[in-house]
Structure formats: C-alpha cells, structure tokens
Design a protein around this ligand. Sequence first.
Ligand SMILES: Cc1cc2nc3c(=O)[nH]c(=O)nc-3n(C[C@H](O)[C@H](O)[C@H](O)COP(=O)(O)OP(=O)(O)OC[C@H]3O[C@@H](n4cnc5c(N)ncnc54)[C@H](O)[C@@H]3O)c2cc1C
Length: 412
Amino acid sequence: MRPSATPSPDAIVIGGGVNGCSIAYRLAADGRRVLLLERRGICSGASGRNGGMTGAGSAMHAQSPAGRAVAALSTANLALLRGLAEELETDFYLQMSGSLDVFTTEEERDHLAAAAASQRAAGISMEMLDRAEAHALMPALAPDVLGAAYLGDRGHLWPFALVNGFADAARRHGAEIRTWSPVAALHRAGDRVAGVVVDGAVIPAGEVVLATNAYTPELLPELPPGAIVPARGQILVTQPVPPVLPRPFGTNFDKEYGRQAATGQIICGGFRRFDVNEGLGTYEERVTPPVLSGIARCLTELFPALRGGGVKVVRAWAGIMGFTADGLPLIGRYDPAPGLTVAAGFNGNGFTWGAVVGTIVADLLAGRPPRFDLEPFRPDRFQRAAIAWDNPFTAGERNNPRADAPVAATPG
Ligand SMILES: Cc1cc2nc3c(=O)[nH]c(=O)nc-3n(C[C@H](O)[C@H](O)[C@H](O)COP(=O)(O)OP(=O)(O)OC[C@H]3O[C@@H](n4cnc5c(N)ncnc54)[C@H](O)[C@@H]3O)c2cc1C
C-alpha cells in the first residue's frame, strides 16, 4: 500500500463525536501532533442526535465495582463540565437543574427506590419524592404521577455546542481535523496498530484511538459479535412553548426522557420498544411512526398542558447508539494490539462520559498513572469471557405495563 502524503502525526483519533473531539483536544493540549479523522461532519453521529441530558451517576448500574467506577468517572465528568464553558470558550448551555425520574406504577417506584439506595451509597445524590413533592418541583405533571426520584447532580446541555467547542479548542492547540475522511481500516504491523488506511493510503502514527462508538466493530472486527451493537434511538422536538419543564424528566425505567431547551422547545425521546427489534441491530438513521407517536403520547400523558393539538412537533430524528453487552463502555488501551486505544460503546449516556474520557486517554498515552479504576471498562474484556447480553438500557421493557407492542429478542 502506498504511503499517504499526510505527514505522520503522533496520534490519530478516529471519530468526531463528543468522545473523539474531547480526546483530540486533550492530546493536542498535551503537545501531541493530532489528526482527527471523521467520515461525515463533526457531531454527525449519536453526539448530534441525542437528548442532551447529562449528570453524575447512573441508576442503571447497581452497587458493584463497575457501579462504583461508573459513579467515579461520571462525577469527574460533571466536575469537568462545570468548568468547560470557560476553558473551551464556548457556551454549551449547561443547566444543572437536577432531574426527575417520575413513576406511575409501584413497580417503577420500587425500582427507583432500590437505585436511589445504591446511588447514595456511591455518593450520588438521588432522593425519593412523594406525589406532592414531585408536583412541587414540576407543577405541570399529570395528577396520576405517583412520585419521582430527584437526581440533584443531573441537568442538560446543548450537545452540538459542546462537541464543536472541543473540536475548536483542539484546533487552537494545533490538531488537524479532517471531515469526510472515512478510515477504511487500521494499519497493522504484526500485532501492532501503526496507523490507518484512508483513500487507499497508509497514514502512519505512533498511537491510534478508536472513538467510533457503534461503528467500532467495522474497524475492530476481532471484537466478538454482540460486544457492541447498534441501537437506534429517536427524538421529537416541539415548537417553542412557554416553560413547562423546569428540569429534565425520565420515566418508565428511564426509557422515556425529555427536557425543555433554553429556546422553549421540548426535546423528548424513548419508546425504542415500538421499533423493530427495539431498534437493536440497525445502522439506519430513520424515524419510525410508532416510536414517534409513542413519544408524543408519553409527553401528553405526563404533561396534560401539552394536550389538545395546540403544540406542534417541528422536527424528529434518529441516531445510532453503541450498546455494549454489559452496558459499560470500552475505555483503555487495547492490549491485544499495542498502539491502539479504544473509547467506544457509550450506550445511552455518552455525555456523562465524554469530557472525562478525553483526560483519561491523554493520561494513558502520556504514561501518567491512571486516576480511575478502568478495569470494568477494559476494551478486550469480551474476548476474555463468553458474551451474555445483560445491557441495563434494554432491561425493563417487557415487564413494563406501558409496553403494549410486541418486541423481538435482544442479540446475544
Ligand atoms: C436518540 C438518542 C438519544 C440520546 N440521549 C442521550 C442523552 O440524553 N444523554 C446522553 O448522555 N447520551 C445520550 N445519547 C447517547 C449519546 O449520544 C452517545 O453515547 C454519545 O454521543 C457517543 O459519543 P461518541 O463520540 O462515542 O460517538 P458518536 O457521536 O457516534 O461518534 C462516532 C463518530 O465516529 C465516526 N466514524 C465511524 N466510523 C468511522 C470511520 N471508519 N472513519 C471515520 N469516522 C468514523 C462517525 O461518523 C461518528 O461521527 C443518546 C443517543 C441517541 C441516538
């Protein structure tokens, strides 16, 4: 294969989402010559198609070494986010208003109460509220809402501004960001990853970082099938309306979620269970009417003020998440192939990870001692054990009283 005319960078980052841009920024700020390659535009993948919720902790991960590691990283991520507007010279509309996980059934309440106990044990703020307390924090809630869990360290942001803020800051530190540049393959020299193949030419580099989320199996085919699976999520956006949601909400085992942006628009997603195979296994960025009508119904059921046809839906989109078999991302050096680092598979909450992941990868590549327990996130863990599908982002669908559509089996 012919060598590329591109001068060899110290590090190549593949993928221009929140993780790739955050990593490129930190590596460039460390003084490395960085080339970021993105096959479409910056923020064109899941990072530009999500709900914009962020915060510390995850009710998805119970108390365990992995759960504690998730709590530690997401807490550090939130601390970074709080200072990033100034550091990146970008206002990404971070609003740390707290969020409400509202419940309408006893089953959901029990699930949230158990999650609250384990989150508090990990140092994450999560309190159970009764009906009156929940309505006091969110007066527009329907009367049949029984209560909520209040997550104090949660909020929302404008993903597009944050990701582009990282990319711009990376450029200011000398990184080259090349869009519409698909990487066809990793360039291997024996076991080692020594560069990438773009346009039929090799660009050599000392370090390659895969930040390709759902698309990672394309470039790392040795990942066992089922380790990272594409999962389609869909969002609808209303016209601007007067304030209804003072803080973001989640409901139904966190399957549905929404927030009101500073513009007044309500951004709401969920109802993957109304999609073909729960949206699992497809890379098609296409919205489907059953999912969108489910989301719209959820909004009007929970917030009666939005009923009556007066509020118009002005946009809808689909995005592809990278779900992992165990619901945890892959973060770290990929031991079977020196020269390769992976940051991928961020499931349904990449904005609770992206900022801190940049610092973690920069530390790893600089040989600085790790500040976090990365063992639960080892990128080669699926090669070392049989894969069993146990992704909490796909749990709770079938035992849900609102799940009135058939679903197919999840991948194994
Ligand atoms: C509908 C929906 C709602 C969501 N809601 C939330 C939410 O509220 N809060 C939250 O935290 N998270 C949410 N998420 C998840 C979140 O968006 C993701 O976890 C996060 O964006 C992952 O970021 P990333 O940088 O790892 O991946 P991505 O943003 O997907 O970026 C990967 C990039 O790699 C590029 N790429 C792939 N292959 C190649 C190649 N061969 N060569 C070059 N480039 C390549 C892709 O084009 C893409 O731009 C949601 C996602 C969706 C779809």
